[in-house]
Design a protein around this ligand. Structure first.
Ligand code: ADP
Ligand code: MG
Length: 634
């Protein structure tokens, strides 16, 4: 549908069946439907014929109404961005609420029959089905309001007593300020919303209807759809409004309370202004004239559907009872007139927010660039005016340097325009160059980001390797000489095992009988005393320490297995190191102590340490002969 295409308001008429009370009173039906487009009303012995787009007789079901009135087509239009409105009107008790929401019993918990669902439930169900099978992003949200005594109330936040304002502007038309909306994800969500809304809606018992609605209600479902293959940056923003009008009312006698009279007067006033708008819209003399939308809140909010950019379906609800004949004829005449209203539907496309923000940024940038260029131009103009030397000379122009100005007015002005041209060209070149530089920088940033990502991946792999090594159960193997002038030590922070040679004079050496054995040397990295790894100290922490070789292997990226370390030792020694029983270990320790004491007694000098420097590799095992009496393992 193009923006210039006109479309007529679609009008359907629904005749409800006679009620039990009407049957009991012996009411005769006053109308019949010869076909799906005509309605005949018996009036004063004559038949009056009305024709509509669709006529639904008393036997028609709720599903018939949904199908015959073209609701599916209407919802499809709303999905692609059109603003579609359905409203039911007619006298009180004619079946408007029944058509739009279903019978009142649906919401009392007494009946849960989906076949009784009104247009609201059926439309939302169809809408959800259609949008869920669509490619691309679709979001549905709903608002529900009522207009009671010319006050707009949000039916989804009924605890807020203050009425909402109806505002209007060129972009959005008329809208209700601060109206709450709820995301729609499923039909269950919607049923809850509808129940809550209907509970808050004003109703009262009337002669024609036990649960007569005393307000006009408008349910709006907004559909924002971004089709997967849509033009970049655009989305459609359609809506479907379902309006249940309050019934027209005869003002009652002296028994009516003041409140009820005011209620009825307000209902009639807003319906009257609706009628006036429709009359103005279809009157050929007033066609391009003033339409009194501003007379009531109802007509303001329906302005898009009546002669605006929306697509509209009106359902005239009528009662077949003779007692309601006059009201029925009024409704049918009113709806016949409404058939002539023409709208110019326009689908609403909105730009995606992200694109808008980036475009706004670009505009800002271009504006500042523009401003800079203007400043350059004006300063160049200024200097051209002041100086006798042509500016182009300064900017490498073709005129010879030192050209003497003969006529400052005529020649100067032609010169300055040439100069300005040159200057402008140079500035434009500068601009192009800067843009190229910017693109190159962006590329650079991109590639360094990729490199960073690769490095952090490598880092994570290394950390993982290290973690695995630290977690391995392989015990740390350490050797100590029978004499404790040297030992293996470790810093608890960096956990690097090192062989430390203690000069006999300066170092007290590890205390072999105390639990907290520290030597007098400190870790070069953390300035912490180095803990001694001694077979005599049953410090558990050292079991988890990775061998130095493992750490070095991790750092250099080479593969390391603790098993290799063990296998490299002589088989006899290896066998002795592992699987040793506690008693055997204790025996060896005692032997070691005895040997140390006997050597000390004999005053022999301590054997020099035989281990290699700690920052190389893990010291190779001392000869088995040296260990045989004193060395042990953890
Ligand atoms: P309105 O909203 O126009 O005041 P309602 O929709 O509340 O009227 O209908 C008045 C009564 O008529 C309700 O009891 C309703 O159940 C019944 N009614 C209306 N239309 C039909 C229909 N098509 N089939 C059966 N009952 C209907
Ligand atoms: Mg009603």
């Amino acid at each position: 549908m193009g923006p210039q295409d006109e479309t007529r308001v679609i009008v359907a008429a629904r005749v409800r069946p006679t009620s039990e009370q009407e049957d009991a009173r012996g009411e005769q039906g006053t109308m019949y439907c010869p076909d799906q487009r005509h309605l005949l009303v018996c009036h004063g012995g004559r038949e009056k014929a009305f024709s509509f787009d669709v006529v639904l007789g008393p036997q028609s079901s709720q599903q018939d109404v949904f199908e015959e009135c073209g609701m599916k087509k209407l919802i499809d239009m709303a999905i692609v961005g059109f603003s579609c409105t359905v409203f039911a009107f007619g006298q009180t008790g004619s079946g408007k609420t029944y058509t739009i929401t279903g019978p009142h019993s649906l919401f009392l918990g007494s009946s849960q029959e989906p076949q009784m669902y009104g247009l609201m439930q059926r439309s939302v169900s169809y809408l959800l089905d259609q949008t869920q099978s669509m490619d691309g992003d679709v979001s549905l949200s709903a608002s529900y309001l009522e207009i009671y005594n010319e006050q707009v109330r949000d039916l989804l936040t009924p605890w807020l007593t203050s009425s909402l304002s109806v505002r209007g502007n060129q972009t959005h038309g008329f809208y209700v300020e601060n109206l709450s909306t709820v995301e729609l994800g499923s039909l269950e969500d919607f049923m809850k919303l509808l129940e809550a809304g209907l509970r808050s809606r004003r109703t009262s018992s009337q002669a024609q209807n036990e649960h007569s609605s005393r307000s006009h209600s408008i349910l709006t479902v907004s559909i924002r759809a971004e089709a997967a293959n849509a033009n970049e940056g655009t989305a459609t923003q359609g809506k479907l409004c379902l309006v249940d009008l309050a019934g027209s009312e005869r003002l009652r006698g002296p028994s009516s309370t003041e409140d009820l009279l005011e209620e009825a007067a307000n209902i009639n006033r807003s319906l009257l202004s609706l009628g006036k708008c429709i009359s103005a819209l279809v009157d050929p003399r007033k066609k391009s004239g003033h339409i009194p939308y501003r007379d009531s809140k109802l007509t303001k909010l329906l302005s898009d559907s009546l002669g605006g950019a929306g697509i509209t379906l009106m359902i005239a609800c009528v009662s077949p009872a003779t007692a309601n004949l006059q009201e029925t004829l009024n409704t049918l005449r009113f709806s016949s007139r409404a058939k002539r209203i023409k709208n110019r539907p326009i689908a609403k496309h909105v730009l995606r927010e992200k694109l808008v923000v980036s475009l706004q940024g670009e505009i800002r940038l271009l504006r500042s660039e523009n401003m800079l260029l203007r400043q350059h131009l004006s300063s160049a103009e200024e200097s051209a005016r002041r100086s006798s030397v042509p500016i182009s000379a300064c900017y490498g122009g073709s005129e010879p340097l030192g050209k003497v100005e003969t006529d400052p007015v005529a020649e100067g002005s032609s010169c300055s325009s040439v100069c300005l041209k040159n200057l402008l060209q140079e500035l434009m070149q500068d601009n192009r160059r800067l843009q190229e530089e910017k693109a190159a920088l962006l590329n650079c940033i991109q590639s360094s980001k990729q490199q960073g990502a690769l490095l952090s991946l490598e880092n994570a792999q290394l950390l993982h390797k290290l973690d695995e090594l630290q977690r391995s159960d392989t015990p740390v193997i350490c050797y100590v000489t029978p004499l404790t002038t040297c030992c293996k030590s470790v810093c608890c922070m960096c956990r690097v095992i090192s062989s430390t040679a203690h000069a006999t004079s300066s170092c007290s050496g590890p205390s072999l009988c105390g639990r907290a054995a520290h030597c007098s040397l400190q870790c070069v990295h953390h300035q912490l005393p180095l803990a001694i790894i001694s077979p005599l100290h049953r410090c558990r922490a050292r079991v988890a320490l990775p061998p130095l070789r493992a750490l070095q292997a991790v750092a250099s990226g080479e593969k390391y297995s603790a098993q290799t370390e063990i296998q490299s030792e002589p088989p006899s020694q290896s066998a002795g190191l592992h699987g040793r029983s506690g008693t055997e270990s204790r025996g060896r320790i005692q032997h070691f102590l005895a040997l140390r004491d006997s050597r000390a007694l004999r005053g022999r000098p301590a054997e020099p340490p035989s281990w290699r420097s700690p920052n190389k590799v893990l010291p190779s095992a001392p000869p088995i002969s040296a260990l045989s009496k004193g060395a042990t393992t953890r």
